[in-house]
Design a protein around this ligand. Structure first.
Ligand SMILES: C[S@@+](CC[C@H](N)C(=O)[O-])C[C@H]1O[C@@H](n2cnc3c(N)ncnc32)[C@H](O)[C@@H]1O
Length: 284
């Protein structure tokens, strides 16, 4: 009997159920589920069984594999994404953006040039809003210039939260005071991000495993705490696809526990903590 069966007796959940679900979701989102995730998978999906009034996991697996279960298949994959995020997470990236990148981007924008940043795996929006606030500090009328942030995620539920731009008051302290005062509005139970930031961001559903409609180039890509869920193989392919959208000198910010792998390593040079610059060719 597995840990999930022991601790969660409401529905029988065997190793076979777990592996069937894990391999189905891996094919869709690329997210990898080692055996240690069995309890997590159970606890995320038990709500789906209840919502659908199903009696067991056999029926649930049958449903997601059936022609009319495609909507539920997507819901299942969404339920198994991890969306933890926060404002100015890994703040050295925002310091790098401010001190090493923004001056030239702002100068270009003021001359009528195009500035693009991609937040890939943006979750509920705290990452793209942090980027937007950092830009607004340097260029308060950014929206009047050709400056845009593309923010994408597989999970449409977190994208809806992102688009609203309203967050619980507890999260407000994560935003540096100067930006908080200038670009947020406090209400009794939540706070709202200013339209100046909202209007700079385009939110789009995008599964990184599929083809990408955008061609870039991007001046910076934030892809942080997303790749850790993928297998090494998929990571290497995705890094290469991202690097292809970066012109020389553009920047890739990755999560603290992530590592560039595959061909992309030949085109990136370390420029700070988990921060890479695109180079012409291998520097080492
Ligand atoms: C842990 S959050 C990271 C959020 C933010 N980048 C940060 O560092 O705070 C990971 C995000 O990646 C998204 N994700 C996972 N697999 C994905 C895929 N195949 N395509 C697009 N987004 C994916 C999840 O939905 C989730 O919102």
């Amino acid at each position: 009997m597995s840990a999930a069966e022991t601790t969660n007796p409401e529905f029988r959940f065997t190793q076979t159920h777990f592996r069937q679900i894990a391999s189905t979701v891996e094919k869709i989102t690329g997210n990898n589920f080692p055996d240690s995730k069995q309890t997590l998978v159970y606890s995320r999906l038990v709500r789906r069984l209840r919502a659908l009034n199903l009696q067991n996991f056999d029926d649930y697996i049958k449903l997601v594999n059936s022609a009319n279960g495609q909507n539920e298949l997507h819901q299942m994959a969404e339920a198994l994404t991890t969306n933890v995020t926060k404002f100015f997470r890994e703040d050295h990236h925002f310091t790098h953006l401010k001190n090493k990148i923004l001056a030239s981007l702002v100068a270009r924008a003021k001359e009528g040039g195009r500035v693009r940043i991609w937040s890939a795996g943006c979750s509920s929006g705290q990452e793209p809003y942090s980027i937007a606030l950092q830009i607004l500090q340097a260029l308060p009328d950014a929206r009047a210039h050709n400056v845009r942030i593309l923010a994408t995620d597989f999970n449409t539920k977190v994208l809806s939260i992102a688009k609203r731009g309203c967050y619980p008051l507890e999260e407000l302290s994560g935003i540096p005071a100067d930006m908080r005062n200038a670009w947020t509005e406090k209400h009794s139970e939540h706070f709202e991000i200013d339209d100046a930031a909202k209007n700079m961001i385009e939110y789009r559903p995008l599964n990184l495993m599929e083809s990408w409609p955008m061609k870039g180039p991007f001046d910076a890509i934030f892809c942080r705490n997303v790749m850790i869920y993928f297998t090494q193989d998929i990571q290497a392919k995705l890094w290469s696809r991202m690097v292809a959208l970066l012109p020389t000198n553009a920047v890739l910010y990755i999560g603290h526990s992530e590592r560039i792998s595959g061909d992309a390593t030949k085109l990136l040079a370390l420029d700070g903590i988990t921060t890479y610059r695109k180079v012409e060719r291998a520097s080492a």
